[in-house]
Design a protein around this ligand. Structure first.
Ligand code: ADP
Ligand code: MG
Length: 354
């Protein structure tokens, strides 16, 4: 992809570019997770940038974050005469984490993580803070938020959607599930298990069960999780009535949607299926952003399952796009940011540092 480029010269160009900005680029010590609280916004988008890791020491950092709401990707390009230049792209997306998505106030809250395999989708669910015991992962934060208000009953459930569309229960050794639409437009996942929980630890334990089930029987945890969307929901019931619902969705690695290099037919079909569900999802979000009453949810299991979380006045949706700083991931990073920026509908943000 970057054949013909002189890496040393690229590093210099990026460094020159940064020198013109009045900012310190993030270093590998910066954990780039910020909170943008968007109290009155239904849809929000943010970016999580992980540092380069040990295996990527030879790679170069092509991401610059000059202000808290701007991510610049330095894409190396070649002119016709083979001189290289940087295409500094800045898809306008924002960085933050799912803190404001709580369901205690009676909300339907949904949080997606989207990005290439290895970009940090799983990581941001389990981040620990500076203090060893303090977890700032989305799972812990959301579990804490909802369990604080006992004696409400929480019912976590965990289906996984595999491509081509098959739905499995991760809390019951991947038992197959069926998604049905009833006459009253309610979507039912047949035989989906709900478990009662009473504290944060209960929730985290169930998530662990689901995660190990998702990756069991596979040679590589990452390979498997990149082939499916996984969903974990926490439902809050008050006297038997649903009070709120929090859905966490770990989307399939997006390189699977665009990978055309693989000769395996099955892999092609699955990649196309992932692509279809991601596009359907984007259309749903855009329709919501325009406040139009599209019924785009049918025909796609991912968006169908989430319909009640999207529609309704009290719904909040947040997408966290995860990216990698390395040049080797440049194409994937741009794909991720472009997808994410198309989600963004509302321009106002308030920033809070975690
Ligand atoms: P994904 O779920 O998207 O495939 P992972 O969450 O497994 O990616 O992350 C890939 C690797 O990157 C892991 O080793 C993880 O610890 C590391 N990583 C991700 N985000 C960060 C971060 N913010 N700081 C340090 N390491 C990170
Ligand atoms: Mg993962």
């Amino acid at each position: 992809y970057h054949f013909g480029h002189n890496r040393a010269a690229l590093v210099q160009m990026i460094s020159d570019f940064r020198a013109t900005l009045n900012c310190a680029p993030p270093t590998s010590n910066d954990l780039c997770v910020f909170v943008f609280q968007i109290d009155d916004h239904r849809i929000s988008v943010c970016v999580h940038l992980r540092p380069l890791n040990e295996k990527e020491l030879k790679d170069m950092d092509i991401i610059t974050i000059p202000t808290k709401d701007l991510v610049i990707v330095h894409e190396p390009k070649l002119k016709v005469d083979q001189t290289q230049y940087l295409d500094n792209q800045d898809p306008r997306v924002h960085r933050y984490i799912a803190r404001p998505l709580n369901i205690v106030e009676g909300r339907m809250a949904t949080c997606f993580t989207y990005g290439q395999t290895g970009s940090g989708k799983t990581h941001i669910r389990h981040i620990t803070g500076k203090n060893q015991n303090e977890s700032k992962g989305i799972h812990t934060l959301s579990a804490q938020d909802v369990t604080r208000c006992s004696p409400l009953v929480l019912l976590p459930r965990s289906p996984v959607l595999r491509c081509p569309p098959q739905v499995f229960n991760l809390l019951k050794r991947k038992a197959k599930l069926r998604v049905l639409e009833e006459g009253n437009k309610q979507v039912q996942v047949v035989r989906l298990q709900e478990r009662e929980v009473h504290c944060t630890e209960d929730v985290l334990k169930l998530i662990q069960v689901g995660n190990s089930c998702r990756t069991s029987g596979q040679t590589s945890a990452n390979i498997h999780s990149s082939w499916s969307h996984a969903m974990f929901q926490i439902i809050l019931r008050h006297r038997g009535k649903m009070h709120g619902k929090f859905s966490l969705i770990d989307l399939a690695g997006n390189e699977r949607a665009t990978d055309t290099s693989c000769a395996d037919r099955q892999i092609h079909i699955e990649g196309a299926e992932i692509n279809k569900s991601l596009l359907a999802l984007k259309e749903c979000i855009r329709a919501l952003g325009r406040n139009t009453e599209y019924t785009l949810f049918r025909g796609n299991k991912l968006s169908m399952t989430l319909r009640d979380s999207f529609t309704g006045k009290n719904s909040r949706t947040c997408m966290i796009a995860t990216i990698t700083p390395g040049l080797d991931s440049c194409e994937g990073t741009l794909n991720t940011l472009q997808y994410a920026s198309r989600w963004r509908v509302l321009p106002r943000f308030k920033c809070v540092h975690l």
